[in-house]
Design a protein around this ligand. Structure first.
Ligand code: AMP
Ligand code: GLY
Length: 417
C-alpha cells in the first residue's frame, strides 16, 4: 500500500520511520519532508494546506493511506475533504480538530463531559476579561482562544501582567477572544491515545521540556526534549486520565456527531487532586512522538489503518519495556529569530550506536550537505534500560554532531533522575 504523510518535522520523521518498518508498505512519500525523511521516503513538493492538491496527488499516486502530521492541514479541512473524496485518512476532521484550534470549545466539551480541568471563563472583549482578572487576582493564566503559534498562553504572576496579556492577545493573530483560567500546579505530562471514533486505545505517556534553557528557564518553545515512559505518569494516573478525561471527551465528540479519528494528545497537569486537562492537541506531540514510536512493538501502519477504517477494536498495542529519550538540537536564537542554512556535520557517526536514532526536524540538503532549515533542527533519540541510560546515549550522540550555530539543553530527563 502506498502511504503519504503530510508534514516535515521531527514528528513526521518519526512517523515515517515507524511506517517504513511496518508490513505491506509500498511507496512511502512525505510532503514536504526534510533531509532525514528523504533517506526513507520520497519527499514531494505539495501545498499541504490545499485539499484539492492533496486529493489530486493521492489519486494520481494511488495512495492507500493519507496520514496527517501537523495541525494546520487539519484546520484547513484537508482531512474532511480527502475522506469525502473516498481516500482513507488518519487524522481528525475540522470539527473534531476544534479541540486543538479553540480553547473555549475544549472548555465547553470539558464542562459537558465532566472532564476535570482548570476553572475558567471565556470573554470576547478586553474590558470584560480585565474585570474578571481584577476580581480573581493573580496568579492567573491568560490564553488566546484561537491558534497563536505557541504564543497564546501567558501564565501571569501579577494582575498587571495578566492585564497586559489580554491586550497582547486582542491585538495579535489569535485575537477574537480569550480564556482566563485558574493556575494549576504539579508536573506536566503528555498522554496520547489512538481512536477510530468508537474504540479508544491508550498509546503512551511522555514528559516534554517546554522551556528553551536548562533548569526550565527561558522562553516557551515547541519542546526541547522528552522521554517516555515518564515515571511521574504512573499506570494508575494513566487509568484516571483515560477514564475521567479522555474517554468522556471523546464520547462527547461522538455524541455530537463529530467523532474523533486519529491520535489525541491530552496535555495534563498532575495535580494533588489527580490529573487535570490543560489542553488538547489533535495530533502527535513533537518531540514526544520521537520518543514514543521507537518503543512501539506493534506494526504502526496497521494501527493507523485500523483507526482510519474504524477497526481499532481488533488491535492491541504493545511497547518495549525500554525508556526512550529525545534531546532536541535547535538553532541559536530559537524560539526567537535564528539563521538557516548552516552545515551540520557528524550525522553519520552520531548514530553508530544501534540504540540511537537521529530524527530530523528542520533540515534540508544543499547539494550533498545537510544544513539547518528551522528552529528545532534535530531530535537525538536513544533507547535504554531507564531514563539515565537513554539519556547518556542520547548525549553521547549529540556530542558527536558538529553544528556551530546549534544548541541543546543539557538536562533533559532531570525530573525523572
Ligand atoms: P498550552 O498551550 O495550553 O499547552 O499552554 C502552554 C503551557 O502553559 C502549558 O504547557 C503549561 O505549562 C502552561 N499552562 C497552561 N495552562 C495552565 C494552567 N491552567 N495552569 C498552569 N499552567 C498552565
Ligand atoms: N511538544 C508539545 C507539542 O507538540 O505541542
Amino acid at each position: 500500500m502506498n502511504v503519504l504523510v503530510l508534514g516535515g518535522g521531527g514528528r513526521e520523521h518519526a512517523m515515517c520511520w515507524a511506517i517504513a518498518r511496518s508490513e505491506g508498505v509500498g511507496t512511502l512519500s512525505c510532503a514536504p519532508g526534510n533531509a532525514g525523511i528523504a533517506g526513507i521516503a520520497e519527499c514531494v513538493a505539495l501545498d499541504i494546506l490545499d485539499p484539492a492538491a492533496v486529493i489530486a496527488h493521492c489519486r494520481s499516486h494511488d495512495i492507500g493511506l493519507l496520514v496527517i502530521g501537523p495541525e494546520a492541514p487539519l484546520e484547513a479541512g484537508v482531512s474532511d475533504a480527502a475522506r469525502a473524496a473516498g481516500i482513507t485518512v488518519f487524522g481528525p476532521g475540522q470539527a473534531a480538530a476544534m479541540l486543538e484550534t479553540s480553547k473555549a470549545f475544549t472548555k465547553e466539551i470539558c464542562d459537558a463531559s465532566g472532564a476535570p480541568t482548570a476553572r475558567y471563563a471565556a470573554f470576547s472583549t478586553p474590558d470584560e476579561a480585565k474585570a474578571y482578572i481584577r476580581e480573581q487576582g493573580a496568579p492567573i493564566v491568560v490564553k488566546a482562544d484561537g491558534l497563536a503559534a505557541g504564543k497564546g498562553v501567558i501564565v501571569a504572576e501579577t494582575v498587571e501582567s495578566a492585564l497586559e496579556a489580554v491586550d497582547t492577545i486582542f491585538d495579535g493573530p489569535g485575537g477574537a477572544s480569550v480564556v482566563i483560567e485558574e493556575m494549576l500546579t504539579g508536573e506536566e505530562a503528555s498522554f496520547f491515545v489512538l481512536t477510530d471514533g468508537k474504540t479508544v486505545l491508550p498509546l503512551a505517556g511522555a514528559q516534554d521540556h517546554k522551556r528553551a534553557r536548562d533548569g526550565d528557564n527561558g522562553p516557551n518553545t515547541g519542546g526541547m526534549g522528552a522521554y517516555s515512559p515518564a515515571p511521574a505518569f504512573s499506570s494508575q494516573i494513566e487509568a484516571q486520565a483515560l477514564e475521567k478525561i479522555v474517554r468522556p471527551i471523546l464520547g462527547e465528540m461522538s455524541a455530537r456527531g463529530t467523532p474523533y479519528i486519529g491520535v489525541l494528545y491530552a496535555g495534563l497537569m498532575l495535580t494533588a487532586d489527580g490529573p487535570k486537562l490543560i489542553e488538547i492537541n489533535a495530533r502527535f506531540g513533537d518531540p514526544e512522538c520521537q520518543c514514543i514510536l521507537p518503543r512501539l512493538k506493534t506494526d504502526f501502519l496497521a494501527l493507523l489503518l485500523a483507526c482510519a477504517n474504524g477497526k481499532l477494536a481488533q488491535q492491541k498495542i504493545e511497547f518495549s519495556e525500554q525508556t526512550c529519550l529525545t534531546v532536541v538540537m535547535a538553532a541559536k536564537g530559537y524560539p526567537g529569530t535564528y539563521e538557516r542554512g548552516d552545515p551540520i556535520d557528524g550525522l553519520d557517526s552520531a548514530d553508530a550506536d544501534p540504540n540511537v536514532i537521529i530524527f530530523h526536524a528542520g533540515t534540508r540538503f544543499e547539494q550533498t550537505v545537510v544544513v539547518s532549515d528551522g528552529g528545532r533542527v534535530l531530535g537525538i533519540t536513544a533507547l535504554g534500560r531507564d531514563v539515565l541510560e537513554a539519556r547518556n546515549r542520547a548525549y553521547d550522540a549529540a556530542g558527536a554532531i558538529r553544528w556551530d550555530t546549534g544548541f541543546y539543553r543539557s538536562d533533559i530527563g532531570w525530573r525523572a533522575l
